[in-house]
Design a protein around this ligand. Sequence first.
Ligand code: AHM
Ligand code: MG
Length: 336
Amino acid sequence: HAADAHRTDLMTITRFVLNEQSKYPESRGDFTILLSHIVLGCKFVCSAVNKAGLAKLIGLAGETNIQGEEQKKLDVLSNDVFVKALVSSGRTSVLVSEEDEEATFVEPSKRGKYCVVFDPLDGSSNIDCGVSIGTIFGIYTLTHTDEPTTEDVLKPGNEMVAAGYCMYGSSCMLVLSTGTGVHGFTLDPSLGEFILTHPDIKIPTKGNIYSVNEGNAQNWDGPTTKYVEKCKFPKDGSPAKSLRYVGSMVADVHRTLLYGGIFLYPADKKSPNGKLRVLYEVFPMSFLMEQAGGQAFTGKKRALDLVPEKIHERSPIFLGSYDDVEEIKALYASEE
Ligand code: AHM
Ligand code: MG
């Protein structure tokens, strides 16, 4: 039985990545080791997120513990765990986290050939009400042996070697691409292992959902306004699209990946570069979208071709089903 094979021959994320990496003769297991440290961070955050409501109930959050330390907020705690896990992997040289203003340069004795950009706990507005939140990460390789600098991560997204996210939702799911398609793994809490449940995810070519913060509509530019108008009042006889917006990028992008459709965080008069950060939000999600057969566009160009000048730079982003992103591209092209 195929189903039985599935139940007894578990494809863990480590086994999957080891298989993938063994295709490269020069591979020495460094990437697998790095990934296992990212996975550890995700499991920790998952467990902390699951306990967060309870911790509040029994009066932990915001109080001092026995050691007299303030209980750390979930996002700060998650950041500390990821930074320590990544440094101790011995496989990283530069880290950029949404939580830290400056990049972290790993001390020489612990350095390795990767640079990791990440948002340890994205969707901050959803933390306190138990709605899905997530971790987003992207990985570059260090291309030289000199002293590492921020230049090592100020590179276009198309140079990333891997990207992914972990969603802390009704189940905990890690979605990963190392440049050979997109694969989804679900945490089996009884095993403490991420098991391959969604091999080779492909986004539908066209979707019937749009996802955007419409509260910003009064400040949008022409093409975004026209696009959303078209979603609601299509003139070509097609049915109107449904609106879904969680306000957690990981949840909104995850649904877009599985169901198809489009996710938008456009520029507006108040935020001319949108809200989302290029390195650890826009790039990893754009990488995954392209790997799944979709597209990611900034309003001017392919998102992965952006070259960031600052580590916390922002960009407008439109990503999702191939055909849906084609439509928004056409609207921006006709503006010029
Ligand atoms: P955060 O890093 O402060 O959590 O902000 C990022 C989040 C994304 O997850 C989400 O897509 C977006 O902000 C929602 O923004 P808005 O509340 O403006 O719609
Ligand atoms: Mg964020």
